[in-house]
Design a protein. Structure first.
Length: 330
């Protein structure tokens, strides 16, 4: 008998371990559990599992009773691996226990696997991240690089998407990652609806760099917000670094340095992501031609739009529209 009760839904298994951070389990349950189709049908079924069913210790004064064992992983379409406080102990970062290794071996080859925070150490220890780009909490990034040199660690981003394998940074970036997966599975309209229900931003700019404590060269709440606001309103125009720096009345060199400090990525990386987001919105919500969308999103040509969408999402504009186009109401 299947552990998942609804065969028509996307099956998500959340693999928790002793030392669980309860908020990370809740992120997956809450976000995937809210996602509904335009007809109000739930799109995911989320089941929590552990290595040995029963009481699971958390990093707080509570325990969590988990009824399902590792067999759940064999039926999942997506597996989420949250962090454990054991990941913060050096002896827990460089190897897998035999029961955990056996559990991960049950995951089917096509199943999507994602980690939250230091759950990435589990994926790395299992060899799932070798040769791939990944991230983890910035506080343990140096240790991660030492233990797993075969992994291309990017400590500045909120999450990474390598197709089948995804990783996220600290706790709250698990929200960003789950919304990203929902967006890729069922489109921006569904993801945005989940974000509104959770009272979070559908997409956060920048990466971990903005949360790392560092000296601030000049006082002020933000020294690049004007340029970001202006650029978001002029995505269809051929924007340059000089144009952006001009909005803050500083040199290009100063602007670029401040932008990376505040946002966590370069101005060009941020601008390209904004344009991809705009193109996705137009593909989903309008009947504009691909050529016209390329112009309005600021890519200029269909070839450029196709290249950026392919490198970011692994899909062409036409395929994206066919998959995620929001149908007109009857």
């Amino acid at each position: 008998m299947s552990i998942f009760m609804h065969s028509n839904r996307h099956h998500v298994a959340v693999l928790v371990r002793d030392g669980l951070l309860p908020i990370e389990m809740g992120i997956a349950q809450r976000l995937f559990g809210q996602a509904k189709s335009a007809d109000g049908e739930f799109l995911y079924e989320v089941v929590t599992c552990t290595l040995i069913p029963g009481q699971v210790r958390t990093d707080t004064d509570i325990t969590v009773n988990v009824a399902h064992g590792p067999a759940t992983l064999s039926e999942a379409d997506t597996v989420i691996v949250p962090a454990s406080d054991e990941d913060y102990e050096p002896q827990g970062r460089d190897r897998l226990s035999a029961p955990l290794a056996d559990a991960l071996a049950l995951i089917r080859p096509a199943t999507r696997i994602a980690s939250i925070c230091t759950g990435s150490f589990v994926l790395a220890a299992a060899g799932l991240l070798d040769g791939l780009r990944a991230t983890t909490h910035w506080k343990v990034a140096e240790e991660f690089c030492r233990l797993y040199p075969a992994v291309e660690l990017d400590p500045d981003v909120l999450y990474t998407d390598e197709g089948r394998i995804l990783t996220s940074a600290g706790v709250a970036s698990g929200i960003d990652l789950c919304l990203h997966m929902i967006r890729n599975d069922f489109g921006s309209a569904v993801a945005n609806d989940v974000a509104r229900g959770t009272i979070v931003a559908p997409h956060r700019d920048g990466g971990q760099a903005q949360f790392i404590q560092r000296p601030v060269p000049e006082p002020g709440l933000s020294q690049t917000s004007n340029s970001r606001r202006w650029a978001s309103e002029h995505l269809d125009q051929p924007l340059t670094l000089h144009d952006l720096a001009e909005q803050e009345s500083v040199s290009v060199r100063t602007f670029t340095r401040r932008f990376r400090q505040e946002v966590g990525v370069s101005p060009l990386q941020w601008l390209n992501q904004k344009r991809v987001d705009r193109a996705r919105q137009l593909l989903e919500e309008t009947d504009l031609t691909i050529d016209r969308i390329a112009v309005q999103a600021g890519f200029g040509t269909t070839a450029s739009l196709r290249q950026h969408l392919q490198s970011t999402l692994g899909i062409s504009p036409s395929m994206y529209r066919n998959t995620f186009r929001i149908p007109e109401p009857d």
